[in-house]
Design a protein around this ligand. Structure first.
Ligand code: URA
Length: 283
């Protein structure tokens, strides 16, 4: 078989495979490691190769274009992104904001925990960049967060903002979420069953965002994510593997407000974290 015929056959095979994926509702496929990258529109199953030479350089270790792992769970958008001459990672349609919005809509309507949803003003989903390299995971909303609908906006949040600034991180460039989405009354810890019922939302947020780094603020987040009963003191100060991300544990900012002495440990943990992220704190 000559090369031209082989190419035609290959394209035909690819079209068929993409067409059947499209019928299952798959909107995008991850970019591969070969010389070409493909995006396809499900209805037309049209194939458009992108030459790597046209792809702008990306210095970040995070892949420029990420597709949502649970693609089948995401309804197809009404309009598809038109393919143009200059499309590449920067213009590949990123479904993360809409995927997060779908989860948020579920959270808003959640009635799994009777007490929490009877007493909440609103659910507190998360805030930040849906493509963040780093996600902070707190415990649960307090009174201020319940009122504002955003995590870490009260006293502990102000301290977290200072920690971020000292670590050369911008709040809008990271993503912040909590282990549970509703305020536990009187600021008690969330119960095991509340965490069990709620954690799936955060887990799915993380699956959409696909961060490289995760920082657990406090033992509720750490024990939930690492499925351990070990103390925070034993868990902090090192990276733990978590579903392809690197997870670090540190003290909760609210704990720091009561225990000044723990601040130096948080600073050590943040230095370790941002160093791994390639951030230079020396100037
Ligand atoms: N403490 C948390 O764990 N989360 C918040 O959003 C606020 C305070």
């Amino acid at each position: 078989m000559d090369t031209q015929q082989e190419e035609i056959d290959l394209q035909k095979l690819l079209r068929q495979q993409l067409h059947s994926l499209g019928q299952f509702g798959v909107r995008e496929i991850p970019v591969g490691n070969g010389d070409f990258e493909f995006q396809f529109e499900a209805e037309e199953a049209s194939i458009e190769p992108i030459e790597r030479s046209k792809v702008p350089p990306n210095n970040s270790p995070q892949p420029a274009a990420k597709t949502v792992a649970k693609a089948t769970a995401i309804p197809a958008p009404a309009a598809t992104t038109p393919l143009s001459d200059n499309w590449g990672p920067a213009t590949v349609h990123d479904e993360r904001p809409s995927a997060l919005e779908i989860i948020n809509a579920e959270v808003r309507g959640c009635t799994k925990c009777e007490e929490l949803c009877a007493k909440r003003i609103q659910t507190v989903f998360g805030v930040g960049d849906p493509s963040a390299r780093l996600v902070f995971v707190g415990e649960g909303p307090g009174a201020d967060e319940d009122r504002m609908g955003e995590p870490f906006v009260g006293k502990a949040g102000k301290l977290l903002n200072k920690i971020l600034a000292a670590s050369k991180l911008k709040r809008e460039e990271v993503y912040i979420l909590n282990t549970v989405k509703c305020r536990p009354p009187r600021n008690r810890n969330p119960t095991e069953s509340e965490i069990r019922d709620c954690w799936d939302y955060a887990d799915r947020q993380l699956e959409v965002i696909q961060p490289e780094f995760i920082c657990c603020l406090g033992s509720v987040a750490a024990k939930t994510m690492l499925q351990t009963t070990q103390s925070l003191g034993r868990l902090r100060g090192k990276f733990h593997p978590w579903k392809g991300a690197r997870l670090i544990v540190t003290y909760h900012p609210a704990y720091l407000l009561r225990n000044e002495g723990a601040k130096r440990h948080v600073w050590e943990d943040m230095q370790l974290l941002v160093k791994e992220m390639g951030i230079d704190l020396s100037n």
